[in-house]
Design a binder for this molecule. Structure first.
Ligand SMILES: CC(C)(COP(=O)(O)OP(=O)(O)OC[C@H]1O[C@@H](n2cnc3c(N)ncnc32)[C@H](O)[C@@H]1OP(=O)(O)O)[C@@H](O)C(=O)NCCC(=O)NCCS
Length: 163
């Protein structure tokens, strides 16, 4: 999914569609941030493959964050999100997530899923703040180091199942 028309400014940070020319910067950031980083080919899918999408957050001078997603029929997945360490706690990830929620909701998705390491307390706090709840724990999902995944879901409002 290419969101070439996605481009808006929120304060000093612009959220726009990921482009192939961004990938060398993103791959460098990914290697610095994650112990089991995505390869360039995975990000390339985000700018070329059907159903996949990517966004970047940038200031006037540099890319400071990125996020990727997948939309399959009524399901959406937040597949990656990261912000450069020196730009964290300034709502950059929130702006990326808000845009993905809006794209997925606007595409008719009923819910959005994600996986997160149970040891990743920052990301868990971020997702909880934004209304994701734990569905279940998937054993031995991650590599380097091996760790379970916490699978979380957020329903778009009109689709929240009755409890
Ligand atoms: C998780 C991550 C993307 C959050 O990015 P961010 O831009 O700092 O997040 P925001 O500023 O939008 O945070 C919004 C809220 O999330 C929660 N949060 C984010 N980081 C937190 C932390 N270190 N400790 C506690 N809560 C945190 C808070 O509720 C925060 O609101 P507040 O600042 O008003 O308290 C960032 O920490 C990151 O890149 N981590 C490494 C990559 C990663 O783990 N990605 C997720 C993989 S599943």
């Amino acid at each position: 999914m290419n969101n070439g028309n996605v481009d808006s400014k929120t304060g000093q940070v612009t959220i726009r569609a990921m482009a192939e020319s961004d990938l060398s910067t993103i791959v460098t950031m990914e290697r610095e941030i994650f112990s089991d980083p995505w390869p360039r080919s995975a990000f390339l899918d985000c700018v070329t493959a059907n159903g996949w999408g990517g966004l970047v957050a940038e200031t006037e001078s540099e890319i400071i964050g990125y996020a990727c997603y997948l939309i399959v029929d009524v399901e959406s997945h937040l597949t990656n999100i990261a912000v450069a360490p020196e730009h964290r706690r300034k709502s950059v990830a929130q702006q990326l997530l808000d845009r993905i929620l809006s794209i997925a909701d606007g595409s008719g998705c009923e819910f959005i899923l994600l996986e997160v390491r149970p040891s990743n307390s920052e990301a868990l706090a971020f997702y909880r703040k934004h209304g994701f709840r734990v569905l279940y724990q998937r054993p031995n999902y991650y590599r380097r180091p091996v760790e379970d995944a916490v699978v979380m879901v957020k329903y778009f409002e009109r689709n929240e199942p009755a409890t």
